[in-house]
Design a protein around this ligand. Structure first.
Ligand code: UN1
Length: 496
């Protein structure tokens, strides 16, 4: 029996109004049908948004430390269910079990971090320029948040958005990626079982074009929080612009590892393999460019390729698998198209470059770990996000040149440097215009209590995670209390 899953609106699991459903299959083996999910429409979105709007007044009135208690309970439930949730995740989106567990762990960490925020949500008190006057600022809730999330971190990313929204006193409607509805359902179930009141979180599954667009457009949605492609992010921003709807966007990356001539090469190779091929390169933080000093270029390339060639590619559920499938046929076609573009641009396929389609790979979407060498910084493969297991190796002859190449893209999410020279490391720390920077570690693996996000076309000036994300889900209110009993005029009655 293939299970059939529903939307979650006002505390009830309900079918789409149209009763339409869509299939969700395992990308490692498409014969494996994970389940049927509600193929929703704008009408379903309307119901969910209304439920969230109705729940808002009581939720915002609930003291923040009590809202935090719901998050502590959700975190505990996710901890108990971690293994099963991770297995469901690997089955529906392919990443290896070890990484799926990490994805759930990220949500657990975020639950506890944001639960604690319920007892902080710090504002500021500050002196007034006038006597007998008290100044402070507080965060206030905003309303209904439309949350649109991708398939590559199907639990972590919803948690980065929904937990801070809830702790700020907002209510939410989640629209997860079509490829990963089950992980979203597992997430919402944890919130439901933790006793979060009806309507505070709602879930609508379905296609981006229908559900996502209806959510962004809905006039009762006050904040849109989106993670996904730059093209879709631009559409979200354009839709939000006329009414100045608050929106935060987390989009593409073209992340770089700089490897200098004094780097510990084995460590750099370890980092490059993990950064480029972890999650089959399907992370916005994936290391897709290696800029290597010419003195160590050949040695690095040889060892990097040797290690990548030995990666065991397959079904992420098997304990020995190191790299899983690509999420779907469309994404596989797109990656193969990028590989063609790279060849046409004159880069050398140093390793891989082909789809894996025989034997055990027959029913899934697999591509060999691929390394391009002789890549020029201006080639499209060195400029555009590929979102797959494709690493581009470029050469440089100095730290300055490495930094220039590294910064020379339209994205600014994550970057890293391998060097044993602390002076050179700090120059790179200062000069790289990215939201995240690593020394002697690859570009992936952000921790939840530091701000996450990027510059340039990666985002629109916001950060997720950490305390910074509270700025997305709340508005500041500055409060002045005059207890002098007379009219006091700021800037005027301050004396000479
Ligand atoms: C993403 O790929 O969208 O820093 C998020 C990392 C993970 C999150 C990636 N913690 O690589």
């Amino acid at each position: 029996m293939v299970p059939s899953y529903k939307n979650f609106i006002a505390g009830q699991w309900v079918d789409a109004v149209s009763h339409a459903r869509f299939e969700n299959r395992n990308p490692a083996d498409t014969r494996d049908l994970v389940g049927f999910f509600a193929d929703s429409s704008a009408e379903d979105v309307g119901r969910a948004v209304r439920a969230a709007a109705q729940a808002f007044p009581a939720w915002r009135a609930c003291p923040a430390p009590l809202r935090g208690e719901f998050l502590y309970r959700t975190g505990e439930i996710l901890k108990q269910r971690k293994e099963q949730i991770a297995r469901d995740m690997t089955r529906e989106m392919g990443k290896i079990l070890l990484e799926a567990r990490g994805d759930v762990q990220e949500a657990i960490d975020m639950a506890f971090w944001m639960a604690g925020e319920g007892r902080r949500l710090y504002g500021k008190t500050t002196p007034s320029e006038l006597p007998n006057k008290f100044n402070m600022s507080v965060r206030m809730p905003v309303g209904v948040c439309g949350i649109i999330t991708p398939w590559n971190f199907p639990m972590a990313i919803p948690s980065w958005k929904i937990f801070p929204a809830l702790i700020c006193g907002d209510t939410c409607v989640l629209k997860p990626a079509t490829d990963t509805p089950l992980s979203a359902i597992n997430f919402i179930k944890a919130l439901e079982d933790a006793g979060v009141p009806p309507g505070v979180v709602n879930l609508i599954t379905g296609k981006g074009a229908d559900v996502g667009a209806a959510l962004v457009d809905h006039d009762q949605v006050q904040i849109v929080s989106f993670t996904g492609s730059t093209a879709t992010g631009r559409e979200v921003a354009t839709k939000c612009a006329p009414s100045f709807k608050k929106h935060n966007l987390e989009m593409g990356g073209k992340n770089v590892i700089m490897i200098l001539d004094d780097a510990e090469l084995n460590l750099a190779v370890d980092g490059a393999v993990w950064g480029a091929f972890g999650t089959s390169g399907q992370r916005c933080t994936a290391s897709s460019r290696m800029v290597v000093h010419k003195k160590v270029y050949r040695e690095f390339l040889k060892e990097f390729a040797r290690r990548a060639r030995n990666l065991s590619v397959g079904n992420g559920m098997k304990p020995r698998t190191e790299m899983g499938p690509i999420i779907n046929q469309k994404q596989k076609d797109s990656i193969l198209n990028w590989i063609d573009i790279g060849k046409k641009e004159g880069a050398t396929i140093y390793l891989g470059g082909r789809p894996l389609e025989k034997g055990n790979y027959r029913h899934g979407f697999f591509i060999e770990p691929t390394i391009f060498s002789d890549v020029h910084p201006q080639m499209q493969i060195a400029q555009e996000e590929i979102f797959g297991p494709v690493a581009n190796v470029l050469s440089c002859s100095s730290l300055e040149e490495a930094i220039e190449i590294a910064n020379g893209v339209r994205y600014g999410l994550s970057a890293s440097i391998y060097t044993r020279d602390v002076n050179r490391a700090f120059v790179a720390v200062r000069e790289m215009y990215t939201g995240i920077f690593y020394v002697n570690s690859p570009t992936i693996g952000a921790e939840i209590h530091l701000p996450f996000g990027g510059t340039k076309n990666t985002g629109n000036g916001h950060r997720e995670a950490a305390e910074a994300t509270l700025d997305v889900f709340s508005e500041w209110k500055a409060i002045y209390i005059d207890y002098s009993g007379r009219l006091q005029r700021a800037q005027i009655d301050v004396g000479e």
